[in-house]
Design a protein around this ligand. Structure first.
Ligand code: DBV
Length: 293
């Protein structure tokens, strides 16, 4: 089993590193690949749109989820002028959600923030954020899949990706995710620094958490982090698909996790400044961290 995981990670790494377009190659067990060249993306796209499109299509393709039409229209998108950028530059936010088709999962949603320069097809500057969370059923011992890819003005990037434990003493991270961590994080991405103490319990030992700076960050994000993201999702899908409902249920902290993220969302000040406090609270409570999925 461990050899298969390693082979999968190596294959994704090899295929991804040779490709110049934004190609997403899956683990061999999936034997499907999807190449999304940036020119194929919609008229105006931001840095993390290819990541978001890939994840949502894989989550539906896996059969675990189906697209949701439940997000209230006014919370599906918003836009605001981008401060300090050329006239006409906007920071656009788009939200997408998925509903469960399997008893092992509960909800998935993605918030995509893109700074779009007028007349540009693919913008990588300014605020670019993909915040993606997959919530497993609270009646399982499965972890949350949490991804926070954040690029801020001044070429500052903050990248977090993890299978976040919702029960104590899980051992799922010992095998597949340890190989992944050795392949994509250990000795390649520097530790991103202190994580708020209250949040630390929500992270696994194989967390990708790094901060990148400067122009060399973009190719690392669009190649190495992209490959890590594709491989991580495949491992998470495998974990969810192979989960046995016979497992003895342990105490689940998903409610506490939701409350923590709702209360301490580090993006709140930025979202309020762009879109206003009332809209931000509705977005956080109704779409991003809803108590009832
Ligand atoms: N983070 C969100 C949502 C975002 C978002 C909904 C829509 O939960 C973006 C946007 N995260 C975002 C931004 C920053 C961070 C920081 C803009 C930078 C804030 C700044 O520095 O100006 C992982 N995201 C962070 C941090 C972590 C994560 C650890 C840095 C520490 C912090 O500022 O809190 N994943 C994220 C997180 C948890 C997690 C906060 C908590 C359990 O699981």
């Amino acid at each position: 089993m461990r050899e298969a995981h390693l082979a999968a990670a190596v294959l994704v790494y090899f295929l991804g590193s040779r490709s110049r377009t934004l190609s997403f190659a899956f683990a061999p067990s999936k034997c499907r690949s999807k190449t999304i060249s940036t020119s194929q993306l919609c008229a105006s796209s931001g840095l993390y749109r290819p990541f978001c499109e890939h994840a949502l299509s894989r989550l539906v393709e896996s059969g675990l989820f189906e697209p949701s039409t439940d997000i209230p229209t006014h919370l599906q998108r918003n836009e605001a002028p981008a401060k300090g950028m050329p006239p006409g530059t906007l920071v656009k936010i788009e939200t997408r959600a998925l509903l469960p088709r399997s008893n092992n999962v509960a909800y998935a949603r993605c918030a995509l923030l893109e700074t779009i320069l007028p007349n540009e097809h693919f913008s990588t500057c300014g605020i670019q954020v993909m915040n993606l969370v997959v919530f497993p059923s609270p009646h399982t011992n499965l972890p949350v899949w949490g991804v926070d890819l954040v690029s801020l003005p001044g070429d500052k990037h903050l990248l977090a990706m993890d299978v976040q434990p919702m029960t104590k003493h899980e051992t799922y991270h010992d095998l597949a995710f340890q190989d992944w961590h050795e392949m994509y994080v250990k000795n390649t991405l520097e530790w991103g620094g202190d994580i708020p103490e209250q949040a630390q319990k929500f992270f696994s030992p194989n967390l990708l958490w790094t901060r990148l700076k400067g122009e060399e960050a973009l190719p690392i994000i669009q190649e190495h982090v992209r490959d890590a993201f594709v491989a991580h999702l495949e491992l998470y899908l495998q974990l969810v698909e192979e989960y046995s409902t016979d497992d003895t249920l342990k105490d689940n902290c998903q409610e506490e996790y939701l409350q923590y993220r709702l209360t301490n969302d580090p993006a709140r000040p930025m979202l309020q400044s762009l879109y206003g406090a009332e809209w931000t609270e509705q977005l956080l409570t109704q779409v991003l961290f809803p108590k009832q999925h």
